[in-house]
Design a protein around this ligand. Structure first.
Ligand code: V47
Length: 380
């Protein structure tokens, strides 16, 4: 096993505040909220990247994971008009859509289904679709695609379904689990700071409710991911606070599998006047989250939002996962993302190998998936 800190110090730490942090990281000590703030304020990206890369290699060696999934968004009708979102629409909007159960089942099987190991299913907060409807959607998918992992419903959707069904969060989660939900995606967390939430997503559950829903999901045996939306009006304090709060829940439950920093895309949203995020900020977010979230195993670079080019470099700045061979994605593309809607498997392998990493296809639980190369001709 190679030493992850090849020097006692990286070649030159430009930011003096990072020197203490470097010592802590080298010793494997937990970083504080104040350390998080200092790192977010720092422009010494190479030192941040050096430290995060060392931690990433300590945890995962040279492996970069990827998976083959399909995103399904059954409806874009949403009662919450979040300023950050370009996807949700009012029920009476002529451009809004809601799939029938048969359409969901059919879309799931389209095209590349035999290669797909995961369906990632999220949608708007629809005022009429019931918990029973969603349970039928899930059990119908399980029946038709028993080998596919169902990663479905953000904490925000779960809380909304619970409220409408007048059930507790626990009972709602149990019903979804019993219908066939295998785990939950990480969306809807945004930034936990109340000040920021009031501006970017004032109709959503608050940060404590998001964390409580995750806590209960984990308690009943459902793993989940977690996210942070950055690059809008958050401060270094807001971002560090967000990571510390995720880390505290993880100390209790150990239920978060992967953290995904999500870059805000302002186009077509009520915050369209904001500048899009930069490659520099994208890489800093990957590095700081890897360093702060010492108890969350995986950090994912989502190329759909940070472009394949930056997601590739992120594999040297703390990320150990490159998501994904996404077949169809709407949330970011409605917000102006100009990246392709899917990468071919060979493109993904090339990006990972060029970064000096070893690609490993995984399922949702990070078990390696082996298959004949020919199984992927369909993806070309
Ligand atoms: O919660 C919405 C974000 C999230 C915009 O769990 C926007 O594996 C940028 O959570 N600009 C949904 N972001 C996506 C998500 C996700 C993605 C990939 C993998 C996983 C996982 C989860 O997208 C929302 C919100 O934070 N979002 N609108 C926008 N205009």
């Amino acid at each position: 096993m190679k030493s992850h800190f090849v020097h006692n110090q990286p070649p030159r730490i430009e930011d003096a505040r990072l020197k203490m942090i470097f010592e802590k990281v080298k010793a494997g000590e937990r970083l504080s909220y104040e350390d998080g703030v200092a790192m977010y304020r720092s422009s010494d990206l190479l030192t941040l990247g050096y430290m995060a890369n060392a931690v990433r290699e300590r945890l995962h060696g040279d492996t970069t994971y990827f998976n083959v999934n399909r995103h399904i968004n059954p409806t874009d009708v949403c009662v919450a008009s979040c300023r950050l979102c370009a996807f949700g629409k009012r029920a009476k909007d002529p451009h809004a859509y809601t799939m029938s159960l048969e359409q969901v089942w059919e879309v799931a099987g389209k095209g590349y289904a035999e290669a797909v190991t995961e369906f990632h299913i999220v949608g708007g907060l629809h005022p009429e679709l019931t918990l029973a409807w969603f349970c039928e959607m899930i059990s119908g998918l399980k029946e038709r695609y028993p080998a596919v992992h169902l990663k479905a419903f953000t904490m925000v959707e779960v809380a909304y379904l619970a409220k409408r069904a007048r059930l507790s969060l626990r009972e709602t989660l149990e019903r979804l689990r019993d219908a066939g939900v295998d785990s939950l995606p990480g969306g809807g967390a945004e930034i936990f700071s109340e000040r920021v939430r009031r501006i970017i997503c004032d109709h959503k559950i608050d940060g404590d409710e998001w964390l409580e829903t995750a806590r209960i999901a984990h308690q009943i045996g459902l793993k989940s991911n977690c996210t942070m939306l950055y690059g809008h009006i958050e401060t270094a304090e807001d971002a560090s606070d967000h990571l510390v709060r995720l880390r505290a829940v993880q100390d209790e439950t150990n239920g978060f599998v992967t953290f995904i920093p999500l870059a805000f895309h302002p186009a077509n949203t009520a915050l369209a006047h904001l500048e899009p995020t930069s490659g520099f900020n994208d890489l800093k977010q990957i590095a700081v989250s890897r360093l702060m979230l010492d108890n969350i195993p995986h950090v994912k670079a989502y190329w759909i939002m940070m472009t394949p080019a930056v997601a590739q470099i992120a594999q040297r700045f703390g990320a150990n996962d490159l998501d994904g061979t996404v077949v169809e994605e709407k949330i970011y593309h409605d917000a102006g993302a100009t990246t392709a809607q899917h990468l071919r498997r060979q493109d993904l392998l090339r990006l990972i190998r060029e970064a000096g990493r070893e690609p490993v296809e995984r399922d949702t639980s990070y078990r390696p998936v082996t298959r004949a190369e020919s199984a992927f001709t369909v993806l070309v």
